[in-house]
Design a binder for this molecule. Structure first.
Ligand SMILES: Cc1ncc(C[n+]2csc(CCOP(=O)(O)OP(=O)(O)O)c2C)c(N)n1
Length: 381
């Protein structure tokens, strides 16, 4: 668990907790970062050389950056170089400090990328990929095509690949320290090598009485509802896909089950997140189908008055599955529940059903009330 950051079980006998401790351990230190440091300067110099002559360099960051404790070092390298960076799906928001907002290009995941991002990666003459894991969803179903691997440097937990040269057993922490000390801002960096961020005018929705649709709803959510330091929990399904490419406010974090894509994950995950971070607002976006899997956890929100706003995307079934296969098949239908009464019956207050654009805009103040402990629960119908 400590060295590979893979899931593991810790079994503790139930009577152990009652046993008296005879010895007190003052300090436990785990040396999880190991590996060879003898190649660090050789590898580091080659990375710096390639980065400094590139005209379209991109740093591409993945979730192992966090798991292996490299995030601060990488942030410092980005700040020192002012380099542009993209992230994998699982790496969304791993670097989201206010000073880095302009440097962030977006999500890259092969064909799952938004317009422009895949092209940027394909045209880059120096990709420095750090801590990205190759899983099905995270790699856009393994569609990361058209990238020039000779121009790619890949840092994994114990290895570095530069073009066709492969080093195994490298101490990546030491390598990042070396880079931070020696790397300089890239002078050739082509400033046009970027993606323009679009800001929508939400005023136009004030009088729009049309039913909400997926295409526009998530733009409004990202721009008007998600605030600095919020924790956004997105369920697998249209919530995840809708929020994935949205730029979130600085310091906002993004939680989703991208590795296994198991539906039913997000509600209990939001509960855990809110307990772990009581001073931050948690926004949960979950489809009706996924909600029905672990719905009883809503009760914990009410019992512990957790700082969670729940948005139920009520679209009568497995919408994302309809898009993949069988738009009209009954296996994508689910029973329609009375979600507002359900929530009220277990003690969630301030419930509201929102069907139209103008209703969403009219209720933005209510949704964004400072103290959310009044247990807000919104049905996006
Ligand atoms: C445990 C589990 N069962 C089935 C699936 C397949 N699956 C992926 S998304 C999805 C539908 C999600 O529907 P809903 O929560 O209503 O979200 P929507 O896409 O409609 O917004 C299903 C069934 C899965 N990923 N995990």
């Amino acid at each position: 668990m400590l060295t590979t950051k893979k899931p593991s079980y810790i079994g503790i006998p139930s009577d152990l907790v009652d046993m008296e401790i005879t010895n007190t351990i003052k300090e436990i230190s785990f040396h999880t970062e190991n590996g060879d440091t003898s190649f660090v300067s050789e590898i580091g110099d080659e990375i710096i050389r390639r980065y400094s002559i590139a005209t379209k360099p991109i740093m591409f960051l993945g979730i192992d950056t966090v798991r292996f404790g490299w995030r601060d070092k990488i942030l410092n390298i980005l700040q020192k170089t002012n380099a542009k960076f993209a992230t994998s799906l699982m790496g969304k928001t791993i670097i989201n400090t206010p000073d880095m907002v302009e440097n962030y290009l977006g999500i890259y995941a092969g064909e799952y990328s938004k317009d422009g991002m895949a092209k940027l990666m394909q045209n880059s003459d120096c990709i420095i990929s750090i801590g990205a894991v190759q899983t099905d969803v995270n790699s856009g179903a393994f569609t990361e095509r058209g990238i020039d691997h000779n121009n790619t440097i890949t840092l994994k937990p114990k290895s570095v690949k530069i073009g066709e040269k492969y080093y195994f057993g490298v101490n990546i922490g030491a390598l990042l320290d070396y880079l931070l000390e020696n790397i300089k801002p890239n002078k050739q960096n082509n400033i046009n090598f970027t993606i323009k961020k679009t800001i929508i005018n939400t005023n136009i929705y004030k009088t729009n009485k049309n039913k909400l649709n997926q295409k526009e709803f998530w733009n409004i959510v990202a721009q008007e509802i998600i605030k600095e330091e919020d924790i956004v929990v997105a369920e697998t399904g249209s919530s995840l896909l809708g929020l994935l490419h949205q730029n979130l406010a600085p310091k906002a974090d993004f939680v989703s089950q991208i590795l296994w894509s198991s539906i039913g994950y997000s509600l209990p995950a939001a509960v855990g997140t809110a307990i772990a971070s009581p001073h931050r607002r948690v926004l949960l976006f979950i489809g009706d189908g996924s909600l029905q899997l672990t719905v009883q956890e809503l009760s914990l929100i009410a019992r512990y008055k957790l700082n969670i706003i729940v948005f139920i995307i009520n679209n009568s079934g497995y919408t994302i599955e309809r898009a993949i296969h069988g738009p009209k098949q009954i296996y994508n239908d689910i029973d329609s529940w009375d979600y507002l009464n359900l929530a009220e019956s277990i003690g969630l207050k301030d419930t509201l059903s929102i069907k139209k654009f103008n209703e969403l805009i009219e209720n933005l103040n209510f949704i964004n009330k400072k103290d959310q402990r009044s247990l807000n629960y919104f049905l996006i119908d």
